[in-house]
Write a protein that binds this ligand. Sequence first.
Ligand SMILES: NC(=O)c1ccc[n+]([C@@H]2O[C@H](COP(=O)([O-])OP(=O)(O)OC[C@H]3O[C@@H](n4cnc5c(N)ncnc54)[C@H](O)[C@@H]3O)[C@@H](O)[C@H]2O)c1
Length: 296
Amino acid sequence: MYGRLSVAAPLPIQTFRVGRGRPRRAARTGREEIVKLKDKVAVVTGGANGIGRAMCERFAAEGARGVVIADLDVDRAEHLAKEINGLAVTTNVAIEDDIINLVNRAIEVYGAIDLFCSNAGIGTPGGADEPNEVWQRIWDVNVMAHVWAARAVLPGMLARGEGYIVATASAAGLLTQIGSAPYSVTKHAAVAFAEWLSITHGEAGIKVSCLCPQGVNTDLLRQSAGGPGEFLRANALEPEDVAGAVVKALEEERFLILPHPEVAEYFRRKATDYDRWLRGMRRLQASFKTESSSAQ
Ligand SMILES: NC(=O)c1ccc[n+]([C@@H]2O[C@H](COP(=O)([O-])OP(=O)(O)OC[C@H]3O[C@@H](n4cnc5c(N)ncnc54)[C@H](O)[C@@H]3O)[C@@H](O)[C@H]2O)c1
């Protein structure tokens, strides 16, 4: 059932090898406390609508001490801030100074940021022919915003030896988005940056998770109605389900958050036989071409 949240079982405690010796358990450091939302400070970009809004509401319900709603949509951000007793900060994540201002403002009002959810994102259809401005805009929002967020929050987190970053990418970042090269490329880059952050700073106490849903019932999905992304609507989850998956993954400190668990199987198939996966995806794409030409 797609309406029901289904999350993979927690991973076992990580073991690793030192030289040729026996595997041993990762040391427990006490930093696990960071994943609990109670009394924590969370910032969510794109927090006024859709998945971001559901995360803000859920974090507040989990007892977060401060929830910062960062969005271009000032009215909705302020409205939500009143509802959950949070803080709205007008932010365009495509501008680095806005992200610096967001982080400074959050710290000024609540103190150190425990959890930064870099969630704002946009979509656009098309391929290589899309104008450079279109590619640049989606690159800034879907990729550079994650880099600028890390640049702004990491120094404080590293100094404290703790902090959690959640990057919203997409299943399109593991697989692809039929009909949109800019979305596919930027979401792959978002996954790559989140992986890199986890590898590079994990041992210093920085936790990273990467959210990769398929369709979610939000304005973003509704705007793609009638396009090749239309098939995602059939299996779409509600934003609240996705927020639930995020909270569960935070508890488990799991890197990959897959609210649609079947994405793990698609990802495995891609890795196991890339050419077969590509043939299957070409068939899927061809079915949309046939549908759209018969509809005309
Ligand atoms: N809805 C889906 O099917 C789906 C699937 C996979 C991944 N995602 C990803 O989830 C994230 C959230 O998307 P959503 O579906 O909730 O979309 P949404 O359109 O409902 O909400 C996005 C929010 O981000 C804000 N925003 C957009 N550009 C911004 C900018 N430059 N600076 C600050 N805020 C900005 C919007 O005002 C809006 O409040 C995106 O990164 C998206 O790519 C969505």
